[in-house]
Structures are given as structure tokens and as C-alpha cells.
Design a binder for this molecule. Structure first.
Ligand SMILES: [Zn+2]
Length: 175
């Protein structure tokens, strides 16, 4: 089954049983948390995902989510497009005790109801992939930076040790 209209709410376990393929586009402006600090809210999020079950019966959502977010370049303060291309492999569970049992090749998503917001689920994934700081790789202002400043920027860019811990906290907030 293939649908090109992206639903707002999805029932992942039912969709995994049906083997639904979803391809479509969300406006970036619909992702308010993702674009809160963005330079511009223009753009779209391309979604190409499939719901399926693995051999152990885990309901899965797999595929790619692609967008380009306009952030503010921390060197020249102009907009800079940051490409995000995520390959997702999510496994849905309905009990918190089962989160730990999910094979590590998947990212566990705890459902607190049958239905969840697809846009919020994807937005959480994109937020995790956002760089802490953005700048043009060939920025005009680059040449005026000292080595020390560049070094401290590099340190600030480093991602948290375990992004999945952050993810679990975010997932818990999805209603
Ligand atoms: Zn710049």
C-alpha cells in the first residue's frame, strides 16, 4: 500500500501490519520547535518511509527524512543552509520495560497511545541531528578568526555522548 498524502497522526503498529509506504512532503514551517531558532522557516521535509515488521515481530518505521534548514551563520550572521538527511530505523514498543529489549540496530520509540503525531516524531529526529552551531564552510568572516576561537567552536560542536538518552526524554513528551 502506498500513499502520497502524509497523515498528521499515525497508528504505527497498525501501519506496520499493513506494510504501508509513505512518501510525501511536510512544510518545514509546521515544525515549530525545529525552526524556532532558524534563520528562515522556509523549506520542506521530504519523507520516504515504510512501516514493516521484523522477524521478531517488532513494528518498524524505516526510511529517510531529508530537509535543508536555514540557520544563522555564527561567523557572518547571515543565513546558511544546513542539509539534514536521516536514515531512520525505529522500533515501536508499548511498554517502558520493553525499551531495553529492543535490538540495538533499532532506535526504540515508546508509544503511550496507539496513535502518535508523525510530524512530531520526525521533528524530534531532525532536532537531534541539528548542529549546535552552523556556519558557511567558506564564510567571509572566517579569515578574521583566531586559531583559539576556531578551536573553541570545534569543541562546542561536539555532540552529547549518548544522543539516545536525550531522545528518550523527548519521546516521553509526545502525546
Ligand atoms: Zn557565514
Amino acid at each position: 500500500m502506498l500513499t502520497s498524502t502524509l497523515p498528521e497522526l499515525i497508528k504505527p503498529i497498525k501501519l506496520a501490519r499493513q506494510g504501508l509506504i509513505l512518501k510525501g512532503v511536510f512544510p518545514l514551517s509546521g515544525m515549530k520547535r525545529l525552526t524556532a531558532d532558524a534563520f528562515s522557516k522556509e523549506g520542506s521535509v521530504e519523507v520516504d518511509i515504510v512501516f514493516t515488521k521484523d522477524g521478531e515481530g517488532y513494528p518498524l518505521m524505516q526510511g529517510t527524512v531529508t530537509t535543508c534548514v536555514q540557520l544563522q551563520c555564527q561567523r557572518c550572521l547571515e543565513g546558511v543552509g544546513v542539509d539534514l538527511e536521516l536514515t531512520l530505523s525505529l522500533a515501536f514498543v508499548q511498554k517502558e520495560s520493553r525499551v531495553e529489549q529492543v535490538p540495538s540496530i533499532y532506535e526504540a520509540v515508546l508509544l503511550d497511545s496507539e496513535e502518535i503525531s508523525l510530524i512530531e516524531l520526525l521533528e524530534d529526529e531532525l532536532i537531534l541531528a541539528l548542529p549546535i552551531m552552523a556556519y558557511h564552510s567558506d564564510c567571509e568572516a572566517y579569515r578574521y578568526r583566531t586559531d583559539k576561537e576556531l578551536e573553541s567552536e570545534k569543541m562546542a560542536e561536539q555532540k552529547p555522548e549518548n544522543p539516545f538518552d536525550v531522545l528518550k526524554q523527548l519521546k516521553g513528551k509526545i502525546k
